[in-house]
Design a protein. Structure first.
Length: 192
């Protein structure tokens, strides 16, 4: 299944500065308490076996040597490491081929989170990796196993490319992770 997701990445190139500004403006509001619980507390770090970050959000050197936008965070991990869903939502697209390789787009209200370079295979719009089976329209919970780290698409080694958009604007996932950590640090311990 060929997707137009890769084509949209090029179209959003001109939106990068707005995405950075939007991330800075939105995160303080999103980290504020919603009811009695910080909103980011429910977010889950997507990679179970974490080695480190191999490429940041923003401009970076591309394969041809020139600067290119990178709309996500590359998280290095051992091949086959479990990947968890960042936030509960519905699978809006199952990707196969292109720079992303095997991937998933999950919609969570105004957010879309993108997971690229997954191990396994995509057949008939269904992603399959080991015991994981994910299809468009499927509802997923935060923290649910959604795939495994692979090397599909344009990549030089096993990692997860994790991208987040809010109302069509790319956000820096590192800023999201910091907001999650700050919300957890500020939380009062509850009953065990």
């Amino acid at each position: 299944m060929q997707s137009n997701w890769s084509g949209r990445l090029v179209a959003w190139n001109r939106l990068l500065p707005w995405g950075l500004l939007l991330a800075g403006a939105l995160l303080p509001a999103m980290a504020a308490p919603a009811q009695d619980e910080p909103r980011w507390r429910r977010g889950v770090f997507p990679v179970v076996s974490f080695f480190g970050y191999t490429s940041h959000f923003g401009l970076r050197a591309g394969p041809g040597g020139g600067s290119q936008p990178h709309y996500g965070l590359d998280i290095a991990a051992p091949l086959g490491s479990p990947i968890r869903n960042w936030w509960g939502g519905v699978v809006s697209e199952v990707l196969a081929g292109g720079a992303c390789g095997n991937g998933l787009v999950i919609s969570s209200g105004p957010y879309e989170h993108l997971y690229c370079h997954l191990a396994g295979e995509v057949t008939g719009g269904v992603y399959r990796s080991g015991e994981v089976l994910v299809a468009s329209g499927q509802r997923l919970q935060a923290g649910e196993l959604i795939g495994h780290v692979g090397i599909t698409g344009r990549t030089t080694g096993p990692h997860l490319h994790w991208g987040i958009r809010y109302r069509g604007q790319w956000l820096d996932p590192a800023v999201i992770l910091r907001a999650m950590a700050m919300a957890r640090r500020g939380a009062k311990p509850g009953p065990q």
